[in-house]
Design a protein around this ligand. Structure first.
Ligand SMILES: Nc1ncnc2c1ncn2[C@@H]1O[C@H](COP(=O)(O)OP(=O)(O)OP(=O)(O)O)[C@@H](O)[C@H]1O
Ligand code: SF4
Ligand SMILES: [Mg+2]
Length: 377
């Protein structure tokens, strides 16, 4: 990391989470699910790190570890310079105000018996905020996410999926966070509604200086919102790079396969060859050496024996010193032999992206009030 880089908001170092597997009447530990297995990265204020990977790769566990909703087995999380592991419960609660989460299904996390106003007021209560002018703050939050103050009197079931996600975002914003973990926050929404919510998240980021850890399956969505992207496989980051570099020239065979495997939603558009075959192996007994060797078309003997370190390419130090890092013994050879030839051109991603982009433009034109709101500093 270069000395010119600003102090990161979030620093994750060697993070590990092994969930014990217990069996028998005495609940003896028989093994462990290695959900997160040595993850390190940094996130700057106002930046969006996309986290991608197949189901079960440890993305949500990483998000929960970052917020200290679960205890790590090893490693540290520093937020604004403070090691969260050193804080007692009270100090951690105070620190958490600055770190919020938005889930895939806001309906499941919104109390159906409370009005939206009560839900937002409860979030303020939790941290003793806006004791006097609460109704004004609730109205302001609703306006910020493109809803009307009158919506505060309604119950969650009276809203559409996209509106409910806006309520989830308003609740996260209520406590004025600096970091928001978005865990599949738009995955359940239609493409046009996804576009509205992503536009809203980007707009809020620009105005409020938020940093996002944006967890998603959908690479086209990540391509739209992320500034950098981390690719996870079986609990480890296998590639981390600026978004442009990652999409233009993916280096890790897993990233190349993920980009090739993106589904194409439009009829008539031909699918590219899907290179990623088989399921993700169990995180209880991950493959030796490079976890990906059982599915990698470039694997050699060394791959099953030695785990490749996450290596930074000195030639790509980039604007902030973060550079392009990859964990593969042979990435240089693969790139020299035309890695892009192995990974089909990113046409499917672009097709999906074109669809999203047209939805962005359409939704911004139809609902300018969602994008040009005033908020109090
Ligand atoms: N509380 C838990 N106890 C035991 N195992 C768990 C627990 N939470 C997660 N796991 C396991 O850890 C692994 C990683 O799960 P995680 O939910 O982090 O993956 P993910 O990448 O978010 O997947 P998805 O894309 O399906 O949301 C999985 O094998 C999961 O079954
Ligand atoms: S280290 Fe070997 S198995 Fe792993 S990604 Fe690279 S070539 Fe494939
Ligand atoms: Mg998940």
């Amino acid at each position: 990391m270069s000395s010119s880089r600003a102090a990161p908001l979030l620093e994750v170092d060697g993070l590990v989470k092994h969930f014990p597997i217990r069996a028998g009447v005495f609940g003896r530990v028989k093994g462990a699910v290695r959900a997160v297995d040595g993850v390190s990265f940094a996130l700057d204020p106002g930046e969006t790190l996309g986290v991608v990977g197949e189901s079960g790769c440890g993305k949500s566990t990483l998000g929960r570890l970052v917020l200290r909703l679960i205890e790590p087995s090893a490693g540290t999380v520093r937020f604004a310079g403070t090691d969260l592991g050193t804080l007692d419960a009270r100090a951690l609660r105070a620190e958490r105000r600055a770190m919020q989460i938005v889930f895939q299904d806001p309906y499941a996390s919104l109390n159906p018996r409370m009005t939206v106003r009560q839900i937002l007021a409860e979030a303020l209560d939790l941290h003793g905020l806006h004791v006097g002018d609460r109704s004004e703050r609730v109205a302001e939050l609703l306006r910020t996410v493109g809803l009307a103050p009158e919506h505060g009197e309604r119950y969650p079931h009276e809203f559409s999926g996209g509106q409910r996600q806006r309520i989830g975002i308003a609740r996260a914003l209520a406590v004025e966070p600096r970091l928001v973990v978005c865990d599949e926050a738009v995955s359940a929404l239609d493409v046009s509604v996804q576009a509205q919510v992503i536009n809203l998240l980007r707009d809020l980021q620009r105005r409020l200086g938020l940093a996002y850890l944006f967890i998603a399956h959908d690479l086209a969505v990540v391509k739209h919102i992320a500034t950098r992207v981390a690719v996870m496989y079986l609990g480890r980051i296998v590639e981390l790079a600026d978004k442009e570099a990652l999409f233009a020239a993916p280096r890790h065979p897993y990233t190349q396969a993920l980009l090739a495997a993106v589904p194409v939603p439009e009829p008539g558009v031909e699918r590219e060859r899907v290179l990623l075959t088989g399921d993700v192996p169990s995180p209880v007994t991950p493959p030796s050496g490079c976890h990906f060797h059982t599915r990698c078309i470039h694997a050699r003997a060394l791959c099953a024996e030695v785990s490749p370190p996450l290596e930074r390419d000195a030639a790509t130090l980039g604007r902030d010193g973060a550079g392009h890092t990859v964990a593969c013994h042979f990435w240089r050879e693969i790139a020299a032999a035309g890695g892009a030839r192995v990974a089909p051109p990113p046409r499917p991603v672009d097709a999906r992206l074109a669809l999203l982009q047209s939805a962005f433009i359409a939704s911004a034109a139809a609902h300018p009030e969602h994008y040009f709101q005033e908020v109090r500093p």
